[in-house]
Design a protein around this ligand. Structure first.
Ligand code: FMN
Length: 186
């Protein structure tokens, strides 16, 4: 698949099954991520892979974080949180590693990590791997961050869910370029 095809036709794939991407496919996913634009070459990212029973551990961490965060969380919500990581055979947590820098503000470092996440989605699509970027409130939860071993200055940018698409990919909605692109000055 050429680059423009991936850029123009990538869609999120929420329904994913086994098998997970293999070692050769994963290498390409992460090599693509490492080519994200990066002001100052700070490499402000790292990636955690979670699969197998690790997904159950993450689900438990999600449930604990929810339970501690609010007094009235019901059993249904906890069960839902536990099941979330089971929606794909492989999760990649994209972590932004934000450091103090005289020239590169934190926002740019988080954007760079976001670009790395997007590169993983594109490299997945190009290899026929289904993927979807998810966050939700638990991506910004301090207990989840601590449970995943994040250090000060690190933050979760994405939970990427990856696997084999269960269904045919949908066609992206057509959008009008004129709604988004204009010349300046008019
Ligand atoms: C930073 C970020 C966080 C997102 N979080 C979620 C999420 O938690 N749940 C979800 O269903 N979609 C989430 N999305 C959106 C999906 O990944 C996806 O882009 C969207 O459903 C549109 O589908 P498409 O990528 O096929 O156009 C997020 C996207 C971004 C960029």
């Amino acid at each position: 698949m050429d680059a423009l095809d991936a850029l123009l036709n990538r869609v999120s794939v929420p329904r994913l099954r086994e098998p997970a991407p293999d070692a050769a496919q994963r290498e390409l996913l992460f090599r693509a991520a490492l080519r994200a634009p990066d002001h100052g070459q700070l490499r402000p990212w790292r990636f955690l892979t979670i699969e197998g029973t690790g997904r159950e551990r993450l689900g438990e961490l999600f449930a604990q974080a929810l339970a501690v965060g609010a007094a009235d969380v019901g059993e249904e919500a906890l069960a839902k949180a536990r099941a979330m990581p089971l929606r794909a055979p492989l999760l990649v947590v994209v972590v932004a590693r934000v450091q103090e820098h005289f020239k590169v503000p934190p926002q740019e470092q988080v954007i760079a990590a976001g670009c790395a996440a997007h590169a993983i989605l594109l490299a997945a699509h190009a290899q026929g791997i289904g993927a979807v970027w998810r966050t939700g409130e638990l991506a910004y939860n301090a207990r989840v961050a601590a449970g995943l071993g994040l250090a000060a200055g690190e933050q979760i940018v994405a939970f990427l869910y990856l696997g084999t698409p269960e269904r045919e990919l949908r066609t992206p909605a057509p959008l009008q370029l004129t709604d988004f692109v204009s010349a300046w000055p008019h």
